[in-house]
Design a protein around this ligand. Structure first.
Ligand SMILES: C[S@@+](CC[C@H](N)C(=O)[O-])C[C@H]1O[C@@H](n2cnc3c(N)ncnc32)[C@H](O)[C@@H]1O
Length: 206
């Protein structure tokens, strides 16, 4: 993805996975506010925003991706898709306000594990009982790759940045549980990806 330029970027992966992801989002989402972390090109936001008009979809990403996100938003002219907000995990909190849903695709293997843990802590701090978190991407199970192609992908990620890499499902799960979430589903998705769905539980009184 060329995210430095001032034009609309195109992600073939986001184009391929948008329909299967939408099919599942429709089962969980109705109206409310959704924050997207790492909106990337902006393709997902306009596609999902158009299909879910009752939902307010708030895009966010690091500054260098804002121009492409803006291009998609300007072209789509959707009243329910907003942003982009500046949000670099590790530097910024979520935007103000209540979020019923959180969506992030193909970010956990790009961010460092430290950033992933920071993000999961933010989920716990900023989301309230009943809020749903959707995490899309490849995951390992018990430390094993689920396919040769995921292993090769992991090698290419590590070549680019040693802090990147496919995360263990079990590590994500335990950190989410520590932040006050239970897992609702671990959906199998095309091309050895998963859609993890978590629900925020009530705050425990000490
Ligand atoms: C592989 S792209 C995925 C983009 C988009 N979600 C998609 O599915 O096409 C990874 C995204 O994670 C974002 N990202 C990486 N590190 C981040 C951080 N620390 N905070 C917020 N976003 C981050 C990148 O800017 C990029 O948009």
């Amino acid at each position: 993805m060329n995210s430095e330029s001032n034009i609309k970027n195109f992600s073939p992966a986001a184009d391929r996975n948008k329909e299967p992801i939408l099919d599942l989002l429709k089962l969980y989402i109705s109206k409310g506010r959704l924050l997207e972390i790492g909106s990337g090109t902006g393709q997902h936001a306009v596609f999902f925003g158009q299909a879910l008009p009752e939902l307010q979809w708030i895009t966010s990403d690091v500054k260098r991706n804002h121009s492409t996100i803006k291009e998609y938003l300007i072209e789509a002219k959707l009243k329910n898709v907003h942003g982009p907000e500046t949000l670099k995990v590790g530097e910024h909190d979520f935007p103000k306000g209540k979020f019923n849903y959180l969506f992030t695709a193909n970010t956990f293997h790009i961010m460092s594990w430290k950033e992933v843990k920071t993000l999961i802590k933010l989920f716990g701090k900023r989301l309230r009982e009943g809020a749903l978190v959707f995490i899309y991407g490849p995951f390992n199970y018990n430390g094993d790759f689920t396919s040769e192609s995921n292993k090769a992908f992991n090698d290419s990620l590590k070549d680019r940045n040693t802090n990147s890499g496919i995360r263990n499902f079990e590590d994500v799960l335990s950190n989410m549980q520590a932040s006050g979430f239970k897992i609702l589903n671990d959906h199998e998705m095309p091309a050895n990806n998963r859609l993890l769905v978590f629900e925020r539980l009530a705050f425990k009184e000490d």
